[in-house]
Design a binder for this molecule. Structure first.
Ligand SMILES: *Cc1c(COP(=O)(O)O)cnc(C)c1O
Length: 388
């Protein structure tokens, strides 16, 4: 046995608890038999594209979101392209989008022929606000992509009221979050707040399948029909074509997996949301700046993103201790080279985005993170900042 040798070659912190940045496997473990049954059901049935599983998932997902229609598509990026196309976005139009987001939120705009126009975000919620969006609106603005970043909830009703423009919610990171409707006081979910909303079921998302997958939700029957046609080559029947569309479908295997997982999303989302309180109660807010859930909202944190002037030093120190930590958007979207051609002459000033890009750091969160793991993260942050 060489265990004693291995021990000496590990880091000095190898005895501490290691905490992964995210963990999707633990939550799936007890569901394995059901998942295997679902996959076998589809394999035996032999229908793989636009069959009963997708149809059932679309109904179950729309019901759960609290909207009328859900349309399964191939991924969360296609979902944004198709949602924008359904709104009639095309060449000559502008679409307002934050720069502090995952690349795909903005990458989806040029394929429609429209130009992305970047707006700033709020430093506390890290989401767009009615003010930051309004500052980027011009007479050519056709739509807004409002991102529920990290699972926090962007103020969709305020943005619609302030701009009078259609809003596509990019809810890729916000499955399971909730908010209170100002008009009625009723509970509502991202996906039911804008004209259309887009979801990603990429495996690491709050609701993730076993590959790529996505959906568009809407309360509007006409928009839903447009989305259905666009995902299927611009046709209802592959005989008559009414539009230049896409081949972008959620497949039956993924829909069958998602139907097993969806009933568990509320509990997973609650666990993600409570992680914020647990980090706060463990004193993390005295060491770094914590994210602020949007007023009236419960954020099912997809990523738990704090701010610190020593973010890179923290990430390196935590990783040595076996604690996952990394920045996601160190170079904001508007400063990535392919977006340069869409920036106005003289560039664009997004001071909060620049600040967040420099200082943000994702710390571990998952549907199954334990109190001990939260404690280990906070101890690790304290130790690194103290130079220990
Ligand atoms: C993941 C993600 C997307 C894209 O989803 P894919 O399924 O990977 O195409 C879009 N926007 C945001 C904010 C995301 O996090």
């Amino acid at each position: 046995m060489r265990a004693h040798v291995r021990r000496r070659t590990t880091t000095p912190y190898a005895w501490t608890m290691s905490v992964p940045l995210f963990d999707t496997a633990t939550a799936l473990e007890p569901l394995r038999p059901q998942l295997h049954d679902a996959l076998l059901r589809v394999a035996n049935d032999g229908r793989f594209i636009l069959g009963p599983e997708v149809e059932a998932f679309e109904r179950e997902f729309a019901d759960w979101i609290g909207t009328r229609h859900a349309v399964g598509v191939a991924n969360g990026t296609d979902a944004i392209v198709i949602a924008l196309r359904a709104l009639g976005v095309g060449p000559g139009d502008e679409v307002v989008v934050p720069s502090f987001t995952f690349w795909a939120s903005a990458e989806a705009i040029p394929p429609t022929g429209a130009t992305p126009v970047f707006c700033d975000v709020d430093p506390d919620t890290m989401c767009v606000t009615a003010e930051t969006v309004a500052a980027a609106v011009t007479p050519r603005t056709k739509a807004i992509v409002a991102v529920h970043l990290f699972g926090n909830v962007a103020p969709i009703a305020e943005i619609r009221a302030r701009t009078g423009l259609p809003v596509v919610e990019d809810a890729a990171q916000a499955a399971g979050s909730t908010t209170i409707r100002a008009e009625s006081g009723a509970l509502a979910r991202p996906g039911a707040l804008g004209d259309l909303a887009t979801f990603s079921f990429y495996p690491s998302k709050n609701l993730g399948c076993f590959g790529d997958g996505g959906a568009v939700t809407t309360a509007d029957a006409n928009l839903a029909e447009r989305v259905r046609t666009l995902r299927f080559h611009g046709s209802a029947d592959k005989v008559d074509y009414v539009d230049i569309g896409y081949n972008s479908r959620l497949d039956e295997l993924q829909a069958a997996v998602l139907r097993v997982l969806l009933p568990h999303l509320p509990a997973w989302a609650t666990h993600r949301a409570r992680t914020h309180e647990r980090y706060r109660n463990a004193g993390l807010g005295e060491l770094v700046t914590l994210p602020v859930p949007a007023p009236g909202s419960t954020a099912a944190w997809h990523l738990y993103v704090v701010r610190s002037d020593r973010a890179d030093e923290l990430a390196a120190g935590l990783r040595v201790r076996g604690i996952g930590a990394r920045p996601y958007y160190r170079t904001p979207v508007h400063r990535q080279p392919p977006m340069a051609r869409y920036l106005p002459d003289g560039g664009v000033s997004l001071p909060v985005t620049e600040e967040l890009a420099r200082t943000h750091l994702a710390l571990p969160v998952s549907a199954t993170i334990t109190d001990q793991q939260v404690g280990a993260v906070v101890d690790g942050v304290a130790a690194v900042l103290a130079g220990r």
